[in-house]
Structure formats: C-alpha cells, structure tokens
Ligand binder design. Sequence first.
Ligand code: CP
Length: 315
Amino acid sequence: LKHFITVEGLSKPLLTEILDTADSFVGMGAQQVKKVPLLRGKTVANLFFEASTRTLSTFELAAKRLSADVLNLNISTSSTSKGETLKDTLQTLEAMQTDMFVVRHSDSGAAHFIAEQVTPNVAVINAGDGRHAHPTQAMLDMLTIRRHKGQFEPLVVAIVGDILHSRVARSQIHALLTLGAAEVRVIAPTTLLPKHIEMLGVRVFTDMNQGLKDVDVVIMLRLQKERMQSALLPSESEFYRLYGLTNEKLTNAKPDAVVMHPGPINRGVEIESAVADGPRSLILDQVTNGIAVRMAVMSMAMSGQTAEKNNVVEA
Ligand code: CP
C-alpha cells in the first residue's frame, strides 16, 4: 500500500494481507495489542470535514497504538472557515512534517484529489468520501465476518437499506466479491438502489423476506438523510415496516446468521433494538475491530511509502 483510497481493484492477496495484519493486532482472544512502535516518529493528521464518532476515534486510537503523534484538526474552528483552500490547508500541515492524512469529506473523490496534491512521501487514507467509498469500514466489516465465520467462500451476505447513498455498501460489495463470497445480495426499495447495481455482481431484492432467505450475514445500513433529496426521503415508519430488521424478519435467515451495521444506528428505523442489542449482533465487535484494521492499513501504507522511497514496487 501507499495510499488507501478504495478497495475497488485491489487484489484478494492484498485484502487478505490487510486482514491478516489486522488479526495480528487483535492478538489472541479479544485482547487488543496496546502499543507497538511501527509509526514512532511519524505524524498523522486526521482531517474530518464530516461528522464522525467511530471512524475518527478509532483512527486516533490506532495511530496512538502505533506510537505516532496524532493531530486532530478541528475543521469548524480551523482557517478553512476563513476561506483557506483545501490545498493551502494541506500544504500548511505538510510544512509541519505530517506523514499521513486521514481524510473524511462529503465530496466523492476528495481523498483521491488530496492524494494527488500531497508530496510523494505523504500517505493518504480515505475515511469516507461522499457516496464513493469507505474502505477501512469495509475491511473492518470483512475482519468481523472472517473472525465469526472463518471462510468467505460459502457465505451469502445481504446488505439492506439505503444502497444508493452508501459509500459503505459500495466498498463492502467490492471487498466481499474480491474475497470470494458465494453471493452478495442488496435489499432495498427501488428508490434507494443505484441504477444498474446488478452490474457489480450482486443479486437485487426489493422484498426483504425473500432477500433474507437463508443468508449467513445481514448488514443493515443507515438511511443517509443528509445525502437525500427531500422527494426521495421515505417515511421512517413505512421504511421500518418494509425494511427495518426485526427478529421476525430475521427468522428468514439461517439460524446462525449474524447481524451487522456500520453505525450510527437509528433504532426503530433500520433496526429493532432487540436485534441491535441481541445475541446475533456484531455491531460493537465491528467497532473494536476498527482499531486493528486501521492499525494494519496505516502501518502498511507507511511501509509502502518507505519501500517506494527505496524503489521497491508496492500496490
Ligand atoms: N461507520 C462510521 O463511519 O461511523 P462514524 O460516522 O461514526 O465514523
């Protein structure tokens, strides 16, 4: 790795290496590795132009556990509010010898744009750009699935809800298909499905009970209201009736099916509390695994930068 902008187009061996590296950080059992020196002397700047709880906090913890110095730029009180351009903000932070930018932005393509702007020895990690991609979320979801199910090959995975606006769904679909999942389904009303989504290699269902039939993993998504035109906004009660995950709808899935959600969850809109807090829910495991996956991606990106400096070719 050099930058980590998207999982689309990355190879199965590389995605597997990220998962294996993350697994080494999770360590034996549930005990997280607390501190390793892989990023000692490096500076990581978290640039979050959109709100975040899980991603920002786990990137910060991951960088600290890798022994990096961490800078969380508060965008709302930074000089961007005085009209400073993104490029000038980046150059300013680079002048402080920043080695890595972790970027969340509402514009699709923002992380790619930033990767083109920075000097060659700076790594850029995408922490979610518009509707495009959320690659570390997808990889922490893959780690969670692998740790609970072992192999991807036999798995039928359903992704449910607002597929249209979801960068998480797009990244999960690419990751699951690359890692060899038997079948990836999307379940949504037609108004919340991207045109030609089946061309990605997924099966499309508009009926939730049919779509959940015999699945191994159910991934619920948040309704991304902030990205919706008001005409598209479904009634929450109607959405919950048709697409909210309840224990009753979950009876369609395999008896050992697990339930995931990237968060933040809207209880009673996408998911019933009894399911979110129930024995099949992996929602908090996803958060925990986020630290290990972000440690893996940051350490791999930094060693990729070093390898490039020494003329070693990396992905
Ligand atoms: N899943 C996710 O990206 O959550 P946050 O918006 O809280 O970072």
